[in-house]
Design a protein. Structure first.
Length: 201
């Protein structure tokens, strides 16, 4: 009898998990089915499920010639892109004192997460920061009624906060004064995952 390779892989994984259960070991769950409960598109052709879908149905495009302030665009062969315009992170989350350190990648990801959570019908509750509390536990959000140890964030990205890094580099070339210690930690590739995990930066 012939079985598709995916079926054989699943059977092998199930057999392995059965043996692990018998020994009381940790069971792998990488082949378990998942359900998409909410969507939060943040795209050049629309932000939010309805706007994005409407753009797809009507064939809307966002490609155009772009320019950057104080940059000579003639040195670049390609000057066409699809930027996300009219985007304001604080339509989706509250502004905090750390918001200014967020790169565009983190801002888009946070907004997308907030939209997806709302679309899924989940609620957020804020942990208020107590006056004089320096533990860092306050000012964040939790999914209401959900064990935080049963929720996680998995994201992938090729670059983070490039515009912030460029700005820091220009300041550095003029001297170290004015450089924020929060610059580097918010420029790591892994930083935007932690930003989304706390929902509000």
């Amino acid at each position: 009898m012939w079985y598709p390779s995916s079926t054989l892989t699943k059977r092998a994984a199930n057999a392995k998990n059965d043996r692990a259960r018998e020994k009381g070991e940790c069971v792998e769950n990488h082949l378990r089915r998942v359900v998409i409960t909410g969507m939060g598109p943040v795209t050049p052709v629309g932000i939010g499920k309805e706007a994005y879908w409407d753009s797809l149905v009507h064939g809307k495009t966002a490609f155009k010639r772009i320019a950057f302030p104080d940059r000579d665009m003639s040195q670049y062969r390609c000057q066409i892109a699809a930027p996300i315009e009219s985007f304001d992170l604080f339509q989706y989350v509250e502004r905090t004192k750390h918001s200014k350190y967020l790169g565009k990648t983190s801002r888009y990801a946070i907004a997308a997460a907030a939209l997806a959570i709302k679309d899924a019908g989940l609620e957020l509750e804020k942990i208020e920061r107590q006056k004089g509390d320096s533990s860092g536990e306050g000012g964040q959000y939790l999914l209401k009624g959900i064990d935080p140890f049963q929720a996680g964030v998995i994201l992938g990205v090729g670059a983070e906060a490039m515009e912030k890094m460029e700005g820091y580099h220009e300041k550095f070339m003029q001297g170290t004064r004015g450089l924020s210690p929060f610059g580097l930690p918010n420029s790591y590739l892994s930083s935007f995952t932690s930003h989304v995990a706390s929902v509000s930066p």
